[in-house]
Every structure is written in structure tokens, then in C-alpha cells.
Design a protein around this ligand. Structure first.
Ligand SMILES: Cc1cc2nc3c(=O)[nH]c(=O)nc-3n(C[C@H](O)[C@H](O)[C@H](O)COP(=O)(O)OP(=O)(O)OC[C@H]3O[C@@H](n4cnc5c(N)ncnc54)[C@H](O)[C@@H]3O)c2cc1C
Length: 486
């Protein structure tokens, strides 16, 4: 990262500082800054208790209510609904077609195709759901561009493009030349890439806050400010879900706490918390059109593993993120996930590097949050407590559409419904576990440095030396689907 590209104002940007993300501030202001719902008090009963009031918890509640409107569902959220990454993400609503070859290698063509079709269905259904419930979450379905920004990445997409064709849906992920990319968005660094059809964008916080509103209207009981500290056995085969001052007894419990799962028994070896940071420009709709020609609404990612992701908001801002934050230690989600100035600067740098023609544009906001990296880079659902508690985690930074898929899946599993979605290969144990602490943290730090050094070097036109290349490939050699493959 060449710090000289940053402006003085970029260097002054401070993520965190106790502030909510700008998306969530906007959504809350639109709602008239409502008070949180009442915290859980006393002892209560429920059919299903859901821990976590982000997309996963709320989609699960919605699909449960759809399946059985008589259910008593209690959602327990430590903060407010949307206070976590569901209220501060990049707004990419993506299917998994850009990971098709990896899915085929893990699950075979039929398992892969089933996952891909369900992921694409979620992209569509999120838009339809917003429409039906009158939620203006700025949903726009225009596909996603995956672009190569450096020679070593030019053939990184070939396997996924080939896999889409082999699976019988070549339009789901098709190659584009540099000229075709330039017609959609101009950057001196875009060298070619591919278009994923099943991709959309949203205002992330308007979506999660709309989901909260509809859940409450439909009878879901939402307790905010209610951090769960323990889940143990309750009377008559129930589980007792305990907060500092109260408890819920429920027949089934869903743990939907995203990166916080890295600190939970039964989940900590399967989830590594990692930081992802974003910045946002001032509104520049005219420049986006005249300087970039980026008017089609496509979201864009590059082909790095420490990915850059960007889209244009409805008010014409460019929001851009960089997956270059740091790993967490021992499941603690502390200030390194919200206040890491260096990680936010990486996102600012990506903006300056990709779009030198926007040199005079001001970046107005910076923020970050934790993502839940899984060993195979995919979310999974598994159970503990003799099948009574279901855990969903591992989105690895792509959870907006997949949380809808997992919500559908969790609702079917909770009710023991005979639904084909429960037979997708992401139900069950994800790949090899992460090592215990402190090896997990130390290993993840070393891998992060190696990966970022390698990918920054490649972007600057330097070939990585043999040592760095080998180091950055260690996760793959250990059987994880993480880091560069070659
Ligand atoms: C900066 C950033 C950008 C991202 N960009 C994208 C993107 O563009 N596209 C995409 O698909 N994904 C993106 N992601 C990932 C995406 O935001 C998540 O995968 C998704 O929001 C997961 O939803 P969730 O409900 O599982 O988690 P969350 O939204 O994190 O919800 C979990 C909730 O659990 C609560 N909680 C934690 N512990 C407890 C407890 N003990 N008791 C009660 N409640 C608890 C938390 O407060 C939180 O609200 C991004 C993430 C970040 C951080």
C-alpha cells in the first residue's frame, strides 16, 4: 500500500470511536431514532429462542413464522437489531456462482448445483420480500463484476467460469474482456474479469431494520440489550437460555451470532473472527457517470483473497471495503474490529488506487466490523446439545444473501420439516477445525501478513519471492479453502 496516494483528509478518517456505521445512523434516523425494545426480564417460555438479531436470526424468525404462525419465537439481541455487521456491511447480495469451482471440488456437481441454485434463489427472494413488505432497502439487482487488477489474477476466474458452463448455466458467471469491463466501469487497473448474474445491492441497515419491524409486527418477541451468557439444560428436555438478569426456556435454540461464535463452546474451532473495513465517498452521482461510466448498478470485487469490494449507493456515493483487517484472539470481539485506523486506510487506499480520476473526491466515513471466517469459506449449520441447539456461522464476509438461505434452512431444521434445503451439503460439519489458541491467532496473523504482502506486491507489479508464495499457500496445504490457491 503506497500511503502517498492518500489525501490529508483520508489520513484524518477515524473508524469506530463508539459511533454506529453511517448506514445504521441513516436507517435509525429514518425511523425517528426509536428506543430499543425492552430487555428480557424474569423467566419466560418459548418454542424457539434465537440468539442474535442480525439477518440470520431475523430471517430464521421470518421463515419460522411463515411455516407456523402459532409459534412463540423470542429473539435475544445483545445490542440493537442491526448493531452488528448486518447494519454495517458492504450491501452486496451475492449468490455463490463466483465460487462454483470450489463448490464442485467440495460437494461434487450435484451438491454444488443445489447450493448455487439456492443461493441465487435467496438473491431474488430478498428483493421480492422487500417489495411485499414495503421495505425500501434500495434493493437493485444488476449483477456483480469480478475484476482482475493484476497479471497474476488474470486467470483466477477461469475455473469458476468453466464450472458455471459445465454445470449447465454459463450465463451465471461469464468472462468479460477488459473492453467489456470498461463499458461498465472505467479504472486504469481493470484488466478483464467476469460478470455474475445473480447479484444485487442493498442499503444494509435499511434491510435489517425493516426485517426487525416486520418481525415485531408479525408477533416475534424481540428483546434488545439482552446478551446471552449461557445455554444449559432446562426442565422437560428444554434448553435454558440465560442473560445477566433473566432466562428463556425453549424447545429449540438457534445461535446466530456471526463472528461472536468464535468465543462459543461448540463453535470456536470452526469460526475465526476477522476484521473488514469500509470507507464511503461524498455523493458524486455526476462524476460516477462522467468519469467512470459506472451507471449500470453492478457491484464490483477484485480477485484478491483480501478482497476489495465496491458499489454505488442510491445517492451516488462509492462505498468500498477491504478485507484486510486483523484476526481476533480467543473469540474476543474488541476494538480491533471497529477502530483499526490502518485497516480503514487500506480501503481508502483501494479507492485512490482504483480511481485516480476521482482524486478530488472526499471520503466522508470509515467503519469496520468482524466477519466469521470458516475453514472452507462457506457458512454451515450444525447442532449441539443433542440436536436442540442449531448453530449457523461461517459466512466468511459473504452473508447478506446466504443468511436468507440459512434462515430458510434453520426454520426447516427447527421444525424437523422434510425440506430438500435441509439436505444441502452445508448442513453438518465444515472442513478441518482451526487449531486451538494461541496457535490459531499466531497462525492467522502470519498468514494475514503473508497474504497481504503478496497481494499488495502483485498489485504493484512485483512477483512474490518463493518463500512468500509458499507461506501464503499454507492454509490450502492444510486443507482449508482459504488464501490464494497457486
Ligand atoms: C465491513 C463489513 C462488510 C461486509 N460486507 C458484506 C457484503 O457486502 N456482502 C455480504 O454478503 N456480506 C458482507 N459482510 C458480512 C455480513 O455483514 C455478515 O455475514 C452478515 O451480516 C451476517 O449476519 P448475522 O445475522 O449472522 O450476523 P450479525 O449481523 O453480526 O448479527 C449477530 C448479532 O448477534 C449479536 N450477539 C452476539 N453475541 C450475542 C450474545 N451473546 N447474546 C445476544 N446477542 C449476541 C450481535 O450483537 C449481532 O447483532 C460484511 C461484514 C463487514 C463487517
Amino acid at each position: 500500500m503506497d500511503e502517498r496516494l492518500l489525501t490529508d483528509a483520508d489520513r484524518q478518517l477515524r473508524p469506530g470511536q463508539g459511533q454506529r456505521s453511517p448506514w445504521l445512523r441513516e436507517a435509525l434516523a429514518d425511523e425517528g431514532d426509536p428506543a430499543p425494545t425492552a430487555a428480557l426480564s424474569g423467566e419466560t417460555d418459548a418454542d424457539v429462542a434465537i440468539i442474535g438479531g442480525g439477518y440470520t436470526g431475523l430471517w430464521t424468525a421470518h421463515h419460522l413464522i411463515e411455516r407456523d404462525p402459532t409459534l412463540r419465537i423470542v429473539v435475544l439481541e445483545a445490542d440493537i437489531c442491526g448493531g452488528g455487521p448486518s447494519g454495517r456491511n458492504g450491501g452486496f447480495v451475492n449468490s455463490w456462482w463466483d465460487e462454483a469451482s470450489g463448490l464442485v471440488s467440495m460437494f461434487g456437481p450435484d451438491g454444488a448445483r443445489a447450493c448455487l441454485d439456492e443461493s441465487a434463489r435467496s438473491v431474488r427472494e430478498i428483493g421480492e420480500w422487500c417489495e411485499v413488505h414495503g421495505i425500501d432497502a434500495h434493493y437493485r439487482r444488476s449483477g456483480m463484476l469480478v475484476v482482475s487488477t493484476t497479471a497474476p489474477h488474470d486467470d483466477r476466474l477461469d475455473d469458476d467460469v468453466a464450472a458455471a458452463a459445465e454445470l449447465g448455466d454459463p450465463d451465471a458467471f461469464r468472462a468479460l474482456t477488459a473492453d467489456e469491463i470498461a463499458k461498465r466501469c472505467r479504472s486504469p487497473h481493470f484488466r478483464g474479469g467476469a460478470l455474475m448474474r445473480d447479484g444485487a445491492t442493498v442499503h444494509p441497515a435499511r434491510l435489517v431494520r425493516g426485517m426487525r419491524r416486520v418481525a415485531i409486527e408479525r408477533g416475534v418477541i424481540v428483546h434488545e440489550g439482552s446478551r446471552v451468557t449461557k445455554v444449559g439444560d432446562g426442565p422437560r428436555d428444554s434448553l435454558r437460555v440465560v442473560t445477566a438478569a433473566a432466562a428463556v426456556r425453549a424447545r429449540r435454540v438457534v445461535l446466530a451470532v456471526n463472528a461472536w461464535a468464535a468465543g462459543w463452546p461448540g463453535a470456536r474451532s470452526r469460526v475465526l473472527a476477522w476484521g473488514s473495513y469500509m470507507v464511503r465517498s461524498e455523493p458524486i452521482p455526476e462524476l460516477v457517470a462522467s468519469e467512470l461510466g459506472w451507471t449500470g448498478g453492478e457491484s464490483i470485487i477484485d480477485a484478491r483473497f483480501s478482497v476489495h469490494y465496491l458499489h454505488v449507493t442510491r445517492d451516488g456515493r462509492i462505498a468500498i471495503g477491504a478485507g484486510g483487517g486483523r484476526p481476533g484472539f480467543g473469540g474476543r470481539i474488541g476494538s480491533s474490529f471497529t477502530d483499526d485506523i490502518g485497516a480503514a486506510r487500506r480501503a481508502a487506499f483501494a479507492f485512490r488506487w482504483l480511481f485516480p480520476q476521482l482524486r478530488d473526491v472526499r471520503l466522508t466515513d470509515a467503519w469496520g466490523g468482524p466477519i466469521d471466517v470458516s475453514p472452507d469459506h462457506l457458512p454451515h449449520v450444525w447442532t449441539t446439545h443433542g440436536g436442540r441447539m442449531l448453530i449457523a456461522a461461517g459466512y466468511s464476509g459473504n452473508g447478506v444473501a446466504p443468511s436468507h438461505l440459512l434462515g430458510r434452512m434453520l426454520s426447516a431444521l427447527v421444525l424437523d420439516a422434510d425440506d430438500p434445503i435441509t439436505r444441502l451439503p452445508i448442513v453438518g460439519r465444515p472442513g478441518p477445525p482451526f487449531p486451538p489458541e494461541p496457535f490459531r491467532y499466531v497462525g492467522a496473523r502470519v498468514m494475514r501478513e503473508a497474504m497481504i504482502r503478496r497481494e499488495d506486491g502483485e498489485e504493484a507489479g512485483r512477483r512474490p519471492n518463493g518463500f512468500l508464495r509458499e507461506l501464503s499457500r499454507i492454509p490450502r496445504r492444510l486443507g482449508y479453502h482459504l488464501g490464494p490457491g497457486e
